[in-house]
Design a protein around this ligand. Structure first.
Ligand SMILES: [Zn+2]
Length: 134
């Protein structure tokens, strides 16, 4: 799946030069052509839609590994000291091994999906709470 998308992106890069030449000529000659614009627009729309679908699939895979409510303990060595819990929102931003919370704090899923609710023992970050319910 990712390889097909990568191929499509490479194909687009390969054809954009010719598209740009056509469109530049159109603009310079003040002779707009709907077919050229529509063709490029359709290709960009199709690829954009495929990228968005893939992003949603990847996001669903990420969400499936995190607690359902999106609350994660703050990352760092002091996690046993019951640090704040932060919320990563509906589209978690992963940055290496950590996730960035809505407030910008780095979090780590120490309890995995946390089916036993251990994150509930951590105080919740107010900034995340405010952003979540805004
Ligand atoms: Zn927070």
């Amino acid at each position: 799946m990712d390889h097909r998308l990568l191929d499509r992106l490479r194909d687009l890069r390969g054809s954009l030069g010719a598209d740009l030449t056509s469109i530049t000529r159109m603009v310079e000659d003040d002779a707009p052509r709907a077919d050229v614009l529509r063709d490029l627009g359709e290709r960009l729309t199709d690829l954009g839609a495929a990228l968005l679908r893939r992003a949603e699939d990847v996001n669903a895979g990420v969400l499936a590994k995190l607690p359902e409510d999106g609350w994660l303990p703050e990352a760092g060595v002091r996690h046993r000291a019951l640090t704040l819990a932060h919320n990563v929102g509906p589209r978690p931003l992963r940055c290496g091994r950590v996730y960035l919370a809505l407030c910008g704090a780095a979090c780590f899923p120490f309890y995995g999906r946390d089916l036993s609710g251990r994150t509930a023992r951590h105080e919740r970050c107010r900034r995340c709470q405010d952003r979540l319910f805004r």
